[in-house]
Design a protein around this ligand. Structure first.
Ligand SMILES: [Zn+2]
Length: 126
């Protein structure tokens, strides 16, 4: 965890060749403690996803007799999709166009070379 004084130094040192004074630290602490609208929006989205996940977790336990241990094991299996147990699934490169064979661009619905539609079968593609 980075404390606010370090963040204050990091921000104030950019443009001033490493100079640091108390005002810079105070100013940057204020901006760190006030989340932007986008961060607040993302926090709300994460909270909503947590509630949905919790509801699905409860349904799985109540209707299928899954235990917490079985569900945690399944989370680890998903985490290992990219070969690393690190709390995230690193996105895979988009691969090649099935029509022209050129490398596809990430987050594009169509191949930028031939215009073929990109169809992704994995509904959890990142
Ligand atoms: Zn193509």
């Amino acid at each position: 965890m980075i404390d606010n004084s370090f963040v204050g130094y990091a921000f104030s040192s950019r443009g001033r060749m490493g100079s640091l004074n108390q005002i810079d630290v105070i100013d940057s602490k204020a901006s760190v403690s006030e989340p932007t609208t986008e961060i607040k929006y993302l926090n709300q989205k994460v909270e909503r996803l947590m509630m949905i996940t919790e509801a699905l977790w409860i349904i799985l336990k109540e209707t299928n007799n899954f235990t917490d241990e079985i569900l945690k094991q399944k989370i680890n299996e998903v985490d290992m999709k990219d070969g690393k147990l690190d709390g995230k699934v690193t996105p895979e490169p988009p691969g090649e166009c099935s029509n022209c064979g050129k490398v596809l661009q990430k987050n594009k619905k169509y191949c930028i070379y031939c215009g073929d539609e990109v169809i992704i079968d994995d509904i959890f593609y990142r």
